[in-house]
Design a protein around this ligand. Structure first.
Ligand code: UDX
Length: 428
């Protein structure tokens, strides 16, 4: 079923995935971006981001002519649904800047056909639909919210197999039109008002980040009382009211959404004069977790941090992505460098030029261990679980491994002559 004609504005992580997946579902999709060279690359199926399955869907869409790329807004004269997938940069106070959205609306408002619907897909501050309606100033064009719940690295799978689709709209026709985008997807479609839909996105991300901050605090408590965080997580997560998903302890959480959305949630509360401490506490707890991990690493070393040479495995904010935005690994590395450590780091996907750190980047895991006093595992790339630990031990100067992502088993490490420690687990 072809369904509504769609124009997607913005071909970033959210826009490109949404455009390719909607074309795969049979919609006629035009993806628009201001970057001419990017548009040319997309026509050739050259995907600028690491997203499993995305290249295949883009090539399929171009082949089937269901998906096209352009810098022009001309498709907006016939589009039924316009998906706004534009950057909404976070400001220091936590509010988001909607200048890109406002600019796009100004360009399109005269072109849109009566009955079309402008939909926000990227995260926008709650209540933005009022501003967008005012900028549009068209009573024959509706505004709706259709928040994305895409995790980087699994965005294609998340788009095509969602737990639910949320559509917020003020009128039923607009809601039905947006819901029809998802014809062919087996998932409940929740129709609600626009404000609630905008809030669902913030609430879901803030809750997930809070769940992670809690498990990382639990890990710190295990260190203090001698508990085993993996056992505690198993026992807590087996309660179906809690669930084991998003209960993996780590070096903290990051990415382009959680930090932005927890700050945005706290900002929203403040602007309404509400004292809602959980979101801000979750953000602050995560920052404290980075500091705690650094203190643990410093205490673990046999020499002053200012003389320490450290190897780091994993720089991206999580495995499966090349994204470095708000990476916990970078937060920890930079704190260690600020205390005088020398760091050599390896990551299978990170662009060396884009790593916001003075760490020296190398192109293989073992080079990162060369002459290192200790090895830190900070992002959970699969290859680290099957690395040749004998070779690691021979390459390092010291024998200590600080595995913040629980990728290595102690018996593996000791067999290779390495001493390993995991945050939240009893040593020895
Ligand atoms: C998140 C939300 O999951 C997604 O629904 C939303 O649309 C965008 O933001 P993303 O930021 O891509 O997705 O990554 P996610 O997989 O949620 O991980 C976020 C951070 O939490 C990463 O740093 C990750 O390493 C960390 N994490 C995640 C854990 O430390 N433990 C876990 O169990 C899960």
């Amino acid at each position: 079923m072809t369904g509504p004609q769609v124009t997607v504005i913005g071909t970033g992580y959210v826009g490109l995935t949404s455009a390719a997946c909607l074309a795969h579902l049979g919609r006629d999709v035009v993806a628009v971006d201001i970057d001419e060279s990017k548009i040319e690359r997309l026509w050739r199926g050259e995907i600028p981001i690491l997203e499993y399955g995305l290249e295949a869907l883009v090539l399929e869409g171009v082949e089937s002519k269901k998906l096209s790329f352009t810098t022009s807004y001309e498709s907006l004269t016939t589009a039924d649904v316009i998906l706004l997938c534009l950057p909404t940069p976070v400001q220091p106070d936590g509010d988001l800047n909607l200048r890109f959205v406002e600019g796009a609306i100004a360009q399109m408002r005269e072109m849109l056909k009566p009955g079309s619907v402008v939909v926000t897909k990227s995260t926008v501050p709650v209540g933005s639909h009022h501003k967008i309606s005012a900028w549009l100033d068209r009573d024959d064009v509706s505004v709706a919210s259709n928040p994305e719940f895409l995790r980087e690295g699994t965005a294609v799978s998340d788009f095509l197999n969602p737990d639910r689709v949320v559509v917020g709209a003020s009128d039923q026709e607009a809601a039905a039109l947006v819901a029809s985008l998802y014809e062919g997807i087996e998932a409940p479609i929740q129709l609600t008002d626009t404000t609630s839909a905008e809030l669902i996105k913030y609430a879901a991300n803030t809750f997930l980040a809070t769940k992670l901050s809690f498990v990382n605090e639990l890990s710190r408590l295990c260190d203090a009382v001698g508990g085993d965080i993996e056992a505690v997580v198993e026992g807590v997560g087996s309660d179906n009211r809690i669930g084991s998903a998003f209960l993996r302890p780590g070096p903290g959480w990051g990415g382009s959404c959680f930090p932005k959305d927890t700050k945005g949630f706290a900002f929203l509360a403040e602007t309404h004069g509400l004292s809602l401490p959980v979101a801000k506490a979750s953000y602050d707890s995560n920052q404290a977790h980075f500091d705690h991990l650094v203190d643990q690493i410093v205490a673990y070393l046999n020499k002053p941090i200012s003389e320490a040479r450290l190897g780091v495995w994993g720089v991206t904010f999580k495995a499966g992505t090349d994204d470095l935005r708000d990476s916990p690994s970078v937060e920890v590395m930079n704190r260690l460098i600020a205390r005088g450590a020398t760091i050599t780091a390896y990551d299978p996907a990170a662009d060396h030029e884009m790593v916001p750190s003075e760490a020296r980047m190398v192109s293989d895991a073992y080079s990162a261990c060369a002459e290192a006093d200790a090895l830190l595992v900070l992002t959970e790339w699969d290859e680290f679980a099957t690395a040749d630990l004998e070779k690691v031990a021979q390459t390092m100067a010291g024998n200590k491994v600080f595995d913040a992502r629980y990728m290595m088993r102690p018996e593996q490490a000791s067999a290779a002559g390495l001493v390993i420690t995991h945050p939240g687990k009893p040593t020895g």
